[in-house]
Design a protein around this ligand. Structure first.
Ligand SMILES: *Cc1c(COP(=O)(O)O)cnc(C)c1O
Length: 421
C-alpha cells in the first residue's frame, strides 16, 4: 500500500519544505481538477473486473469499502506521512483510536509496555484499564532513560512516550528511549500530538518506530473535529516480535517492511471500525495547510506568556520547556525546532477564582484550538487518576494548563494579569 500513499501526486518530491508539502500533498493535478481535496462521501467503490476486485482485497492499495479506505482519508494520510517523514499512515476516528491501534500493533496477550507517566490521561486509561483486559500489562515510569531501562522486562515489546508530556511539559529523550527499546527488539511509539505533525519534532528521525497524533488538536487546528493517525517509518525491526514472525507465512514474510502499517490498518480500521469520516479528513487536511503559520505564532506567544508568568509574584511553578530555567530546556533544544510548543502549565493560589475571572481565555478541555483554552487538570483531565499518579504526571491542585491560540499577545497578557490580581 505504501507507494500509492507516498506519491500523491506522483511528481511531488518529499525534499520540499514543510509548508509546501502541507498544502500540496494529496491534491491531484490536471485540467478541470479542483484545486483542493474532494470529499468522497460514499461507503463503497467500484471494480471494473473480477481481477481488480481480487487484487484490491489482497493489497488494499486502492479503495473498496470505506471502513478499510476512503480516497479523502487516503489523501490526508499521504499528507501526514509527508509531514512526519514516514512511509505510511493510517488515519482513525480519534487520537485515542490511534494510540490504541499503535499499542495493539506491537503487543498481544502476555506482552508488556513501558510508558512514561506524564502521558495524556486517555493513554494512561488505555494502559491501565483497557489493555490489561487483553492480557497486556504496562509499567508507568518517570520520563528518563534510567527509569525506562530499569522497567524493561523480557516480554516488553513497546516503549511509549509523548514528545512533550501532558501537562508537565517535560521532553522525552527519544534517541535514548529508542536505543533502550531496540536493544531487545522492542518498538518505540511516540505520541507526537504536541510536536505539531512533524513541525516541531519528527520522532521518526530520532529512532521512533511509530508516531501517533490526536489530529483533533493542532492538525485540525480549529477545535472542530476529532481524528487520529499512526505513522510508521522504514527502520523498524519486527524480527523479534512473534506477532510478526509466527505462522507460515508469517506477517513479516507476507508483508515485508509494510507489515506494521498493514496490521494497523487491518486492526484499527478494518476490524475495529474506528474509521475517520471523509468530512473530518477534509477538515483536518485543511487545517494542516495552515498548521505551521498557526503553531509558529502560538509558540512565540506561549514563550512570551511563560516568561511573563514566570516573573509574576502571584504565580507558582511554570512548566514550559522553552524557558531557559526549565530542567527540560536542554532536551527541548535537542529535539524541538521552530518552537517549544503551545502549551504550558502554571500554578495559581486559587484556581477557581482565577478561572472565574478570565474574560477572553475560555475554560475547555482541548488543545491546539485557534482560541486560548485553559483547564484545571486536577479536577478534570486527570481527575480520575489516583492522587499519586496525578502528582507523578506533574499535576497539583494549583495547576492550570493553558493551550495558547492565535489571539494577540497583548490581549492574552491583559486577561491573565487581571485574573491574577
Ligand atoms: C487529545 C490527546 C489524545 C487523544 O486524542 P483524541 O483525539 O481526543 O482522542 C492523545 N494524546 C494527546 C497528547 C492528546 O492531547
Amino acid at each position: 500500500m505504501s507507494d500509492a500513499f507516498r506519491d500523491l501526486p506522483p511528481e511531488l518530491s518529499t525534499d520540499l519544505a514543510y509548508d509546501t508539502l502541507a498544502v500540496h500533498t494529496g491534491i491531484e493535478r490536471g485540467t478541470g481538477v479542483g484545486v483542493g481535496l474532494p470529499i468522497q462521501q460514499m461507503a463503497a467503490f467500484q471494480f471494473d473486473s473480477l481481477d481488480a476486485a481480487a487484487e484490491e482485497f489482497q493489497t488494499n492499495t486502492g479503495s473498496s469499502y470505506a471502513r478499510i479506505q476512503n480516497p479523502t482519508t487516503k489523501a490526508l494520510e499521504a499528507r501526514v506521512t509527508a509531514l512526519e517523514g514516514g512511509t505510511d499512515t493510517v488515519c482513525l476516528s480519534s487520537g485515542q483510536a490511534a494510540s490504541f491501534t499503535a499499542m495493539l500493533s506491537a503487543c498481544r496477550a502476555g506482552d508488556h509496555i513501558v510508558a512514561t507517566s506524564s502521558l495524556f490521561g486517555g493513554s494512561v486509561g488505555l494502559l491501565g484499564n483497557v489493555l490489561p483486559l487483553m492480557g497486556i500489562t504496562a509499567t508507568l515510569v518517570a520520563n528518563t532513560p534510567d527509569a525506562v531501562r530499569a522497567a524493561m522486562q523480557p516480554n516488553t515489546r513497546l516503549v511509549w512516550a509523548e514528545t512533550i508530556g501532558n501537562p508537565a511539559a517535560d521532553v522525552a529523550d527519544l534517541s535514548a528511549f529508542s536505543d533502550i527499546a531496540h536493544a531487545q527488539g522492542a518498538l518505540l511509539g511516540v505520541d507526537n500530538t504536541w510536536g505539531g505533525v512533524g513541525l516541531l519534532c519528527r520522532p521518526l528521525d530520532f529512532g521512533a518506530d511509530m508516531v501517533t497524533h490526536s489530529l483533533t488538536k493542532w492538525a485540525s487546528g480549529h477545535g472542530s473535529v476529532l481524528g487520529g493517525s499512526v505513522t510508521v517509518g522504514t527502520a523498524h525491526d519486527l524480527s523479534r516480535n512473534p506477532i510478526y514472525t509466527d505462522g507460515a507465512p508469517s506477517l513479516l514474510a507476507a508483508r515485508g517492511a509494510g507489515a506494521l502499517a498493514w496490521r494497523q490498518r487491518w486492526f484499527g480500521a478494518s476490524q475495529l471500525g474506528m474509521v475517520l469520516p471523509p468530512q473530518s479528513a477534509y477538515l483536518i487536511a485543511l487545517g494542516l495547510e495552515t498548521l505551521s503559520l498557526r503553531l509558529t505564532r502560538e509558540c512565540e506567544t506561549t514563550l512570551a506568556l511563560a516568561e511573563i508568568l514566570n516573573a509574576h509574584a502571584g504565580v507558582g511553578r511554570v512548566n514550559y520547556p522553552g524557558l531557559s530555567s526549565s530542567e527540560h530546556h536542554d532536551l527541548a533544544q535537542r529535539y524541538l525546532s521552530g518552537g517549544f510548543g503551545a502549551v504550558m502549565s502554571f500554578e495559581v493560589a486559587d484556581p477557581a477564582a482565577f478561572l472565574s475571572r478570565l474574560k477572553v481565555i475560555r475554560m475547555a478541555p482541548n488543545l491546539g484550538d485557534t482560541r486560548t483554552l485553559v483547564v484545571h487538570p486536577w479536577t478534570t483531565t486527570h481527575g480520575r487518576m489516583p492522587e499519586a499518579a496525578r502528582r507523578a504526571a506533574g499535576v497539583t491542585p494549583q495547576s492550570i494548563r493553558m493551550s495558547v491560540g492565535v489571539e494577540a499577545l497583548a490581549d492574552l497578557q491583559a486577561d491573565l494579569m487581571q485574573a491574577l490580581s
